[in-house]
Structures are given as structure tokens and as C-alpha cells.
Design a protein around this ligand. Structure first.
Ligand SMILES: [Ca+2]
Length: 132
């Protein structure tokens, strides 16, 4: 079998790079963990800047949620997002910006000591209650 090394080398290098990137990503994701205690969750929220970002029509609840999730991931914590309908009835005094129609994005954190998930409003760091 004749192998044209001039053409196969870039492809081989690309495959190796993709495989290494995948392995690195897997290692990073496997180090992501839930919050152990509510104190740990509140400390993370207090130190994170997401709530200090001004709300704009181009940076609304979805961007707040995505930003807090990414900031948590960078510090080794797992958060996830959820879309809720009619957030004003769920949290009447939450003091978040909301266009007043449709649904609203917030974060969810699992706290292992409580064996429970909590809603988090990324616009103001409030822990809004347990996820039922
Ligand atoms: Ca904060």
C-alpha cells in the first residue's frame, strides 16, 4: 500500500488535535461539581459580578443566566438553566427586569448537603426557593 504522507499529515494532525481537545474538555467537565452547602453557593454568588451587569434588551434574562452558568463553570461549579412561565406569580417581589410577557430564564443549583435544587435569579443573586 502506498501512502501519500504529504496529504495525510495535516489530516492526521487535525485528528490528533480534535482528539486531544475532546479529552481535555472531558477532563475539565468531569471536574465540575455541585455546591456542597448553601454557604458555598451564597459565597460564589456574592463574589460573582453577573448581578452588577446592567440589564438591556440585548442582555436580558437569558444572557444573565448563561453568564452566571459560565462563571460558575470556570470556578468548577455546576449550574443549569430553566425557563419558567409567569415568573411574577412565582416570585412576586423578586425585583428582576422582565419584559412582562412570556417566560423568564433563571439558574438552578443543586446543593448536596440539602439534597435539593434551588432557583437562583442571576440578576440579583437571590436564591428564590427549592425546585419542586
Ligand atoms: Ca454577585
Amino acid at each position: 500500500m502506498i501512502v501519500n504522507q504529504r496529504n495525510s499529515t495535516p489530516l492526521t494532525a487535525a485528528i490528533i488535535i480534535i482528539a486531544l481537545a475532546g479529552a481535555y474538555n472531558y477532563l475539565q467537565e468531569s471536574q465540575i461539581r455541585d455546591f456542597e452547602t448553601m454557604t458555598e453557593l451564597r459565597t460564589f454568588l456574592e463574589n460573582d459580578y453577573t448581578d452588577r451587569i446592567p440589564w438591556t434588551p440585548g442582555f436580558d434574562c437569558e444572557e444573565f443566566t448563561d453568564t452566571l452558568i459560565e462563571n460558575a463553570r470556570l470556578q468548577g461549579y455546576r449550574l443549569r438553566s430553566i425557563i419558567v412561565d409567569d415568573p411574577n406569580s412565582l416570585w412576586p417581589n423578586n425585583n428582576f427586569y422582565w419584559v412582562g410577557e412570556g417566560s423568564h430564564a433563571v439558574c438552578i443549583a443543586y446543593v448536596t448537603a440539602d439534597d435539593c435544587e434551588y432557583y437562583i435569579e442571576p440578576q440579583n443573586d437571590r436564591v428564590l426557593g427549592r425546585v419542586s
